[in-house]
Write a protein that binds this ligand. Structure first.
Ligand code: HEC
Ligand code: HEC
Length: 146
């Protein structure tokens, strides 16, 4: 009932009050959290430089998918082709001086060893991510295994 009423007032573009906050339809959005300025909420994301780390990033725990220590914006993963496997496949990794994908990446869901990347591991970015030098958004006290 109250929601319908609020919606009706916003739609007519009138000035109204919710709690003690004045809300102008079009500039601020009234929600359960109070009035929100749409423009202030949608700051332009800053573009950060991807960190290249020779030798890779240290892993924080066993079974962690290692972080990607290089840029990836040029490597496409499509239905027909996986750009990452140009360097990380069994055929190419030595020539490209890249680490071979983990053995687990060739195991099918029935536990069979395949001669190509398993479909379970096809979309590399599902688990592996490059890193940027950014300030953490929240404090984090996670301590990795040594
Ligand atoms: C042009 C070759 C090339 C391509 C293409 C490439 N990589 Fe790499 N990748 C490397 C090399 C070389 C290293 C090792 C860098 C080092 O350790 O200094 C590496 C390292 C990595 C590592 C770190 C492994 C570890 O044990 O720390 C991951 C994860 C990775 N790549 C994932 C990817 C993903 C995902 C893609 C596709 C989006 C990709 N790579 C595409 C060459 C490549
Ligand atoms: C479902 C999650 C997942 C996906 C998808 C995935 N990986 Fe991994 N990857 C892991 C995990 C977990 C490890 C570490 C344990 C292992 O080797 O299985 C790993 C290890 C690696 C390593 C290091 C191997 C080593 O022996 O040090 C490389 C390189 C790598 N992955 C590349 C890739 C590439 C390239 C793709 C896409 C073709 C990919 N991964 C897809 C989870 C994943």
């Amino acid at each position: 009932m109250k929601k319908t009423l609020t919606a009706a007032i916003v739609a007519s573009g009138l000035l109204f009050t919710m709690g003690s906050t004045t809300v102008f339809a079009g500039e601020k959005v009234a929600s359960l959290r109070g009035a929100y300025d749409i423009k202030a909420e949608s700051l332009k994301p800053t573009k950060k430089k991807v960190v290249s780390q020779e030798g890779g990033f240290e892993r924080s725990y066993k079974q962690q998918p290692p972080m990607i220590p290089h840029k990836i914006d040029k490597y496409r993963i499509t239905l027909k082709n996986n750009g990452c496997m140009k360097c990380h496949d069994e055929k190419n990794y030595k020539k490209e001086k890249a680490p071979l994908v983990g053995e687990s990446h060739f195991i099918s869901r029935d536990g069979k060893k395949l001669d190509h990347i398993s479909s379970r591991r096809y979309f590399c970015n599902q688990c592996h991510a490059p890193q940027v030098d950014a300030k953490p958004l929240v404090e984090n006290e996670f301590a990795g295994l040594k």
